[in-house]
Design a binder for this molecule. Structure first.
Ligand code: SAM
Length: 197
C-alpha cells in the first residue's frame, strides 16, 4: 500500500501496525522528517504525486486530503496506475471546500469565509469530481461515498478551539483573511469581529 501526501504519516503507521507493507510519500521534506520521527522503522519517502520515486508493484494507492492541491489530477492518477499491479485499488479521500456545512451565529459571514477560503485552494471542488476523474482515467468499478461533515456548536469541529466553537473561529478567520492573524490563532471573542473589505 502506498499513501501519497502522507503528511506526518499516521495512516502509514496504522497500516504497518496492522501488518500491511505500507510506504508513505510526501512532497514536503519536513513532513517526511516528522513522519520518520513519529514512526521509526516505517518507510517514508520524499516524492511528488506526479512522479513517485518507486518502481511499482503496489496493490493499493491511497490519498487523503491532497487532490485539492493538485492542478493536474489526471497526471497523479496516471502515476497511480503505473505503480499498481493489475487489479490494484485506488482510494481518494478529501473534502469539498465549497460544501462545508457550518452552524454559526454569523451565516452571511460564514458563507463569505467559506467562499474566500475555497478561492485560494487550487482545486476546491476536486472531491466532488473523484468519480468522473477515475472513470475518465480508465479505472473501473468506481464507487463514491459521501459523508456530510458538520461543524458548529461550542468547541470542536475543524477549528478545535475548546469552548470557543465556530463563532470564535469566524472571528479568527476574518482577522486571518485581513492578514492580521493566521487561521487557528485564538484568544479572541465576538467583539473582535471586523468587516470584510
Ligand atoms: C492536508 S495534508 C494531508 C496529510 C495526510 N494525508 C492526512 O490526511 O493527514 C496534504 C499533504 O499533501 C502533501 N502534498 C501536497 N502536494 C503534494 C504532491 N504534489 N505530492 C505529494 N504530496 C503532496 C502536503 O505536503 C501535505 O503533507
Amino acid at each position: 500500500m502506498i499513501d501519497v501526501g502522507c503528511g506526518s504519516g499516521r495512516a502509514v503507521s496504522e497500516l504497518s501496525s496492522s501488518g500491511f507493507r505500507a510506504v508513505g510519500v510526501d512532497i514536503s521534506p519536513e513532513m517526511i522528517e516528522e513522519a520518520r520521527r513519529r514512526s521509526p522503522g516505517t518507510e517514508f519517502l520524499v516524492g511528488d504525486a506526479y512522479e513517485l520515486a518507486v518502481p511499482g508493484g503496489f496493490s493499493g494507492y491511497r490519498v487523503d486530503k491532497v487532490f485539492h492541491e493538485l492542478a493536474e489530477p489526471e497526471r497523479a492518477v496516471s502515476e497511480a496506475r503505473r505503480i499498481l499491479v493489475p487489479g490494484g485499488r485506488v482510494v481518494l479521500a478529501g473534502h469539498d471546500w465549497e460544501a462545508l456545512v457550518i452552524d454559526s451565529s454569523y451565516p452571511a459571514l460564514t458563507r463569505e469565509i467559506v467562499r474566500a477560503r475555497a478561492s485560494v485552494v487550487t482545486a476546491p471542488r476536486a472531491a466532488r469530481g473523484f468519480r468522473r476523474l477515475l472513470s475518465r482515467c480508465g479505472l473501473c468499478e468506481v464507487s463514491v461515498e459521501a459523508v456530510v461533515g458538520f461543524f458548529g456548536g461550542g468547541g470542536g469541529g475543524l477549528a478545535g478551539g475548546a469552548g470557543r466553537g465556530w463563532d470564535g473561529f469566524c472571528c479568527a478567520a476574518v482577522l486571518g483573511l485581513q492578514g492580521g492573524l493566521r487561521w487557528g490563532e485564538w484568544g479572541i471573542g465576538p467583539d473582535s469581529v471586523v468587516r470584510l473589505a
